[in-house]
Design a protein around this ligand. Structure first.
Ligand code: PEP
Ligand code: MG
Length: 369
């Protein structure tokens, strides 16, 4: 990235000093992490891990995992992926050294990783020595009418704990190896699509058990956190229970908007412009937080979450985290940070400072005279 003018850094520094909200970035490669840091992100608020599995070196092993019938076979296939996962995290942790990195465990439904066309199935069948019949049967078995409301997020980790176990091992092994080289790593492990506290409890137990085991093996202590995304209305409304098992919440407002509106985030574009044109709604709720609906649910979650866990850290990592209007709302309801695309970090920092000036500007001026 070309060097930015000195004024940019001064402006970012002033914004940061003034803001209450911290700004992190959504990044899942070392390159994005570097850009985010260069722009002044003070951590990664969302590292999605799904894209990593499409890498040519590991998609085959992951498909082998999906097509396996026993947990032992699935573990063996996942073992082949773990070294790559570890390298992913080492790369990101190194870029973000000294800053928190929130890594989300696998979220999308498994069928997304299987081939779609006859041709692709044919190729996979030859590559793996598995009959096309078996592959097609698996595709059929994993088919869902509403995959975005189906077998994904922590539901995946609950039914295939070996996937999350491999990911937590890779995260903690990466952290321990760097810690041994005196590189400070602050991993935050995030469980997606939780609706009920029992889901979080089960996945947290798995995470803690695995993390402790790795630290024992390396004889290293890592300061890691376990938290969850708040993406479903039920999670927000029962946030007091969920907060007892979480060290942080990150609002996944893409899915939260979908779940509060009962409106598919992938199809909304087909009719929302008509709604906006005819003033049925003011603006696209997938761009700016709908403060009367989704926003109120977020506020409930903030209040209830903090009631049972005073130290709960609160952030947002949906697309709204880079939208100035939404950032102002996040400031008002008392979040600790927003997380957005690396290239939106400067805008988000300015918006965070602006939000503080707008709400507390008069007092700030009075206190300096
Ligand atoms: C979200 O739902 O807001 C989120 C950040 O997760 P994803 O977009 O990956 O579903
Ligand atoms: Mg989501």
């Amino acid at each position: 990235m070309p060097a930015l003018p000195e004024e940019f850094y001064i402006l970012m520094k002033w914004s940061e000093e003034l803001s209450k909200l911290k700004v992190r970035a959504n990044a899942d490669t070392p390159k994005d992490a570097r850009v985010a840091r260069e722009f002044g992100a003070v951590g990664i608020g969302l590292c999605r891990t799904e894209h990593m599995f499409f890498d040519p070196e590991r998609i085959k092993a992951f498909r082998e995992m999906i097509l396996s019938d026993s947990i032992e076979q699935r573990r063996k296939a996942l073992e082949k992926i773990k070294p790559y996962q570890k390298e992913d995290f080492i790369g990101i942790f190194k870029e973000m050294k000294g800053l928190p990195v929130t890594i989300r465990l696998l979220d999308p439904p498994l069928h997304e990783f299987l081939p779609k066309t006859e041709e692709e199935i044919e190729v996979l069948s030859k590559e793996m020595g598995v009959s096309t019949k078996k592959i097609k049967a698996k595709i059929k078995a994993l088919e869902e009418f509403n995959p975005m409301l189906g077998h994904r997020g922590c539901r995946l980790g609950i039914t295939y704990p070996e996937i999350y176990e491999m990911q937590v091992r890779a995260i903690m092994e990466a952290a321990c190896e760097l810690a041994k080289k005196k590189i400070k790593v602050i991993p935050e492990i995030m469980i997606p699509l939780v609706a009920h506290v029992n889901e979080l409890k089960m996945m947290k137990d798995l995470t803690v058990r695995t993390a402790e085991d790795v630290m024992k093996q390396y004889k290293v202590k890592i300061d890691y956190k376990v938290g969850t995304m708040i993406e479903l209305a039920r999670a927000a409304i029962t946030a007091d229970q969920i907060a007892q098992e979480a060290e942080f919440f990150s609002f996944g407002t893409n899915d939260l908007t979908q779940s509060v509106y009962g409106l598919s985030r992938d199809d909304a574009g087909k009719f929302l412009p008509f709604y906006i044109e005819h003033k049925l709604i003011e603006e696209d709720p997938f761009i700016s937080i709908d403060t009367e609906g989704v926003g109120q649910i977020m506020e409930i979650a903030v209040k209830k979450g903090r009631k049972t866990n005073k130290n709960l850290k609160l952030g947002i990592c949906g697309e709204h985290g880079g939208d100035p209007k939404s950032i102002e709302f996040c400031h008002k309801i008392g979040l600790d940070y927003v997380s957005c695309s690396p290239y939106r970090v400067p805008i988000a920092k300015l918006a965070a400072a602006h939000a503080k000036l707008k709400t507390e500007g008069a007092e700030l001026v009075r206190s300096t005279v």
